[in-house]
Ligand binder design. Structure first.
Ligand SMILES: Nc1ncnc2c1ncn2[C@@H]1O[C@H](COP(=O)(O)OP(=O)(O)OP(=O)(O)O)[C@@H](O)[C@H]1O
Ligand SMILES: [Mg+2]
Length: 656
């Protein structure tokens, strides 16, 4: 007698279902994707008991004929693929023909549907994978799928479900993200007692972000205008201009201002061809874009859309379709990085006083976001969960500027409670109340209704930092200055650091940086590992103005160093560079190495704090800063300037 037995089809069905249907949110994801694939313009998701008791998704898509409605529950039955070749260029969200049978095998399912061609609709009832009945039914063109008693026949899986609130949080996160990916569609999520999301169709992503997260979110974001380029190296401009879509990719979306610093990657959402994915390549491109703008160990927030020809992406690599593979990886990576860098440097985002108050990573809520699915941990903040404006971007409180205890605005925060009804009642368009007490809502709606909507002020900073007139220093460390944009405080050390960093890097890229000979060579003892590193990067050191030669078995002699660094700082500079390379485990690109050397050199050469400066020097420094590409943060990512805008001043004095 053998102990091994072949599983019955029924059991095999359930095992596969385990992969596709992990929790209620996976059901919502599959049904929502089906509705979008069916061309729906409006999708309503209703949920009871965290999705355990009921999930109902209603769409106004193409619907199914009587025969299709039955076929849809066969394994590997799909209308979206015909041949293996089609797998190479998947343009729909679904393609496996797995979702409906998998869901049907672990729940009580009711499908009601009608295609435009048929007068009579169809109603199919299935329980635990068994067909209970098929009847004609009245239904408008489109489809309603109702899932009751999820996992009723798979107790083990049911046991693993978290509280209703947590499961609803996951569902809200899924629906929210699809809503962001499809601004032109009406998307709703409700429970019997709450309308969690109700987003009417809008034209732009900016409007959708506003509907979903509120105005403050937009203030914290930088627009990444649609940037298109070739999909691989050997495509000519002429081919692109000829408008062949198969050759082009586009990056667009929103990324956060550098001062918005998150402790993890949970506020980063990447959509490839409108599909939400986890992708390490693009996460890396994003991190690269923020290099020397944000300190290491913190992360931006992002809503990133990459659109490229379907044959350039393989989506058939993960059972829940959450990972993808690119045909031209390096190209996609570099193109995305450059588009984001451009957006960052074009926007030159400047920290406002209040934002800066929340900029320190320690000040951001720290509450794990996990795609918006976890409730806040109030204990982490001494009992009160800090509100966060944009799926927990930062615990930005807008009270700093007014100096009074203005309560922070209580807008949508996935990190705190993604499903809070009061946080998500958008009141948009005109019928509802304006979101969280701001007059911007009214202006915004008025503008939208007049079809005059301009993206909100996030990208409007431009060159506002120019023409700064210094008034004096605070503590001999911070320059106070004014211009027509408002009142500014500039950290003199980091401002100078930014200036020197860009100058040094530019000089290095143009050729070699001039070194300055030391009067007496400096002998520096190094560890064996550091000696090896010094040897490995010797060429780059010398291109940066260093002259370093071995001196016995344990030391090097420094004969020359980058010009602006004074002798007492030279040893520390070299050690810092070697340490930085050591930390990177030597897998460091030449670009990163150059940036690190430039950053360290700039830091050691820059004016220190506690240094009195006369007005011409202050003026010079502010002028040089205005010329930099990225005046808002130092090469290590700390803020350089704070601005108290005229509008904020007026507001604080209650003049608006
Ligand atoms: N809401 C809907 N409107 C119209 N047709 C639908 C809808 N949902 C499902 N269908 C039809 O049923 C088929 C099976 O759906 P199912 O979700 O099981 O598979 P799929 O979407 O093709 O692939 P995947 O398993 O990757 O989701 C679809 O290919 C589609 O033809
Ligand atoms: Mg599907």
């Amino acid at each position: 007698m053998t102990r091994i037995r072949i599983l019955s089809e029924d059991v095999a069905n359930r095992i596969a279902a385990g992969e596709v249907v992990e929790r209620p949110a996976s059901v919502v994801k599959e049904l929502l994707e089906n509705a979008l694939d069916a061309g729906a313009r409006s999708v309503r998701v209703e949920v009871e008991g965290g999705g355990r008791q009921l999930i109902r998704v209603t769409d106004d898509g193409c619907g199914m004929s009587h025969d299709d409605a039955l076929l849809a529950f066969e394994r590997h039955a799909t209308s979206k693929l015909r041949s293996a070749d089609d797998l190479m260029a998947i343009a729909t969200l679904g393609f496996r023909g797995e979702a409906l049978p998998s869901i049907a095998s672990v729940s009580r399912l009711l499908l009601e549907t009608r295609s435009a061609e048929e007068e009579q609709g169809t109603r199919v009832e299935i329980a635990g994978g068994k067909l209970i009945g098929v009847k004609p039914a009245a239904h408008p063109t489109g489809t309603t799928v109702s899932i009751g008693d999820l996992f009723y026949c798979v107790p083990a899986r049911r046991k693993f479900l978290k509280s209703d609130t947590t499961e609803l949080g996951h569902i809200a996160s899924v629906v929210t993200h699809y809503a962001l990916a499809h601004p032109g569609k009406r998307i709703e999520l409700r429970t019997p007692s709450q309308e969690i999301l109700s987003a009417s169709p809008v034209e732009t992503l900016a409007e959708r972000v506003y509907q979903v997260f509120g105005r403050q979110a937009l203030d914290e974001l930088i627009d990444v205008p649609a940037t298109s380029g070739p999909i691989r190296a050997n495509i000519t401009e002429a081919q692109l201009e000829a408008g062949d879509e198969k050759l082009a990719m586009t990056v667009s979306g929103y990324i956060s201002r550098p001062e918005v610093q998150r402790p993890n990657r949970n506020a980063i959402y990447i959509f490839i061809n409108r599909r939400l994915v986890r992708d390490r390549l693009l996460l890396h491109a994003l991190t690269e874009a923020y290099r020397n703008v944000q300190p290491p160990g913190v992360f931006p927030a992002a809503l990133l859309f990459l659109d490229l020809p379907p044959e350039e992406v393989d989506v058939n690599v993960h059972p829940s379709k959450i990972e993808v593979r690119f045909r031209h990886q390096q190209f996609v990576h570099d193109f995305t990085r450059d588009a984001l860098r451009q957006a960052l440097s074009r926007a030159r985002p400047i920290a406002a006083f209040p934002a800066a108050a929340a900029a320190a990573p320690s000040a951001s809520s720290g509450a794990a976001l996990d795609a918006g699915s976890q409730a806040a941990d109030p204990s982490a903040t001494g009992g009160v969960a800090p509100p966060a404006p944009f799926y927990g971007l930062g615990a930005a409180s807008r009270s700093f500027g007014t100096g009074s205890a203005v309560p922070p605005s209580d807008e949508f925060s996935l990190s705190n409670a993604p499903w809070r009804p009061e946080a998500l009642r958008f009141g948009f368009p005109a019928e509802g109340p304006a979101p969280a007490g701001d007059e911007f809502g009214a202006q915004f709606r008025a503008a939208v209704h007049k079809d005059e909507y301009d993206p909100p002020p996030s990208a409007a900073n431009g060159d506002q930092i120019s023409n700064l007139k210094p008034l004096g220093q605070v503590n001999a460390s911070y320059i106070v200055a004014v211009n027509s944009a408002g009142l500014w405080i500039v950290d003199q050390h980091v401002a100078h650091e930014r200036v020197l960093f860009e100058q040094h890097l530019q000089a290095r890229r143009a050729g070699s940086v001039a070194g300055q000979r030391l009067l007496v060579p400096l002998v520096v003892e190094l560890s064996p590992r550091q000696l090896v590193i010094a040897e490995q990067i010797a060429e780059e050191l010398s291109a940066n103005g260093f002259e370093v030669s071995p001196m016995g078995a344990r030391a090097v002699a420094i004969q020359a160093a980058p010009a602006p660094v004074s002798a007492p700082d030279v040893e520390r500079l070299l050690r810092e560079i070697l340490d930085a390379v050591e930390r990177e485990n030597q897998a460091i690109s030449i670009e990163t190495l150059q940036a690190k050397i430039a950053a360290s050199t700039a830091c050691h050469a820059a004016i220190k704090v506690n240094t009195p400066l006369d007005p011409p020097r202050m003026e010079w420094l502010l002028g040089e800063l205005a010329k930099t590409e990225c005046p808002m943060s130092c090469p290590h990512g700390r803020p350089v300037v704070l601005r108290y805008s005229v509008r904020e001043i007026e507001k604080a004095f209650k003049r608006t």
